[in-house]
Write a protein that binds this ligand. Structure first.
Ligand SMILES: *Cc1c(COP(=O)(O)O)cnc(C)c1O
Length: 340
């Protein structure tokens, strides 16, 4: 099966597994795991952030960040289709007791203008706005990348208002491969960043939370409370370290391959629209919404797994287990799909 359901389906290569097998380990709750410490230091330095914390998932890093930034009854501003709201099981309410202000925005991205209007005035009727959260790349936007100038405008506004700015950077490395902004320059605009190692980077497990020393100190406590303190976590952290050192430069290959799929889909009579392919995600809309299950099944019958993405939309995600041959085969399958 050629699996495009997500970039989370990648399996560690032999080289990555060897590296994990040899990793020195210790008790990370005592902060004594040398590999976890190395990963945290490496990624903190990569983004010129003071500190980093290795966590089990991107949901955990996002939820910890929200919990540190927000008090119960406060409000988080985010895109209406953002992962922190839509795909984290109501965690903002459950873990942090905060309310959410959902904003529309072009392909998963917010603008300064929409944020400015949504920050509540100091009025006892309104929840106190306590956090702005952006997602780059934006999953529901089909892997859309923010214009860095918009991020600077948003962060400048947040600083003026004393509001923390969080980044759900599950696919941040994909965004940086496209916007070509220096990671240190980019990261300076955010108070906290969540970065997934288990998506396009191809590590089996883990995410990192980045921020100031003080922020990470608080985050470490929240991680423990959430049951996320791990012991000899160096075994899995090594996969992340290997990924950061070996799998970043190759991301543009995934992007080029995704473009080929997008161009091919665009030519099909049964496709009404393909979202602009900016990174490794291809989202397309069917002319006839009702044919979605049929299309997914026809792909499956020919050895290709794709996923439903809501109303008449299908998503394909390219990742490091997808080869050029897979792309050729997929293009043939796309052309063979029959619909009436
Ligand atoms: C995958 C993803 C996450 C984190 O997901 P986990 O499965 O919890 O690691 C967060 N945000 C976005 C946009 C994602 O795509």
């Amino acid at each position: 099966m050629i699996d495009y359901r997500s970039d989370t389906v990648t399996k560690p290569t032999k080289e990555m597994l060897d590296f994990m097998f040899k990793a020195p380990v210790g008790d990370d709750v005592f902060q004594e795991d040398p590999t976890v410490n190395e990963l945290q230091q490496y990624v903190a330095a990569y983004f010129a952030k003071e500190d980093a914390l290795f966590c089990s998932s991107g949901t955990q890093t996002n939820q910890i960040a929200i919990n540190v930034h927000v008090k119960p009854g406060g409000e988080v501003i985010c895109h209406e289709e953002s992962h922190i709201y839509k795909y984290e099981g109501g965690g903002i309410a459950k873990n942090s007791g905060a309310s959410v202000r959902l904003l529309p925005g072009n392909r998963g991205r917010l603008t300064l203008e929409s944020i400015q209007k949504a920050v509540n005035a100091d009025d006892i009727h309104f929840p106190v706005t306590q956090l702005i959260s952006l997602e780059d790349t934006a999953n529901r936007g089909g892997g859309a990348v923010y214009d860095f100038n918009e991020i600077i405008k948003i962060s400048t506004f947040c600083k003026e208002k004393g509001l923390p700015l969080h980044l759900d950077g599950a696919r941040l490395m994909n965004a940086l491969a496209v916007n070509k902004v220096d990671p240190k320059v980019y990261a300076a605009e955010f108070d906290s960043i969540s970065l997934c190692l288990s998506k396009g980077l191809g590590a089996p497990v883990g995410s990192l939370l980045l921020g100031t020393k003080q922020f990470i100190h608080k985050a470490r406590r929240v991680r423990k409370v959430m049951g996320g303190g791990m012991r000899q976590a160096g075994i899995i952290a090594a996969g992340g370290l290997y990924a950061m050192k070996n799998n970043v430069d190759r991301l543009q290959l995934d992007h080029q391959r995704a473009v080929i799929l997008g161009e091919n889909l665009q030519q099909q009579t049964w496709v009404s629209e393909v979202f602009p392919v900016e990174t490794n995600i291809v989202v397309f809309c069917l002319k006839k919404e009702k044919q979605k299950e049929n299309v997914i099944q026809q792909f499956k019958d020919q050895g290709i797994l794709v996923s439903s993405f809501g109303d008449g939309m299908i998503r394909l995600v390219v990742h490091l287990d997808i080869t050029d041959e897979d792309i050729i085969q997929t293009s043939n399958v796309i052309q063979s799909i029959l619909l009436n």
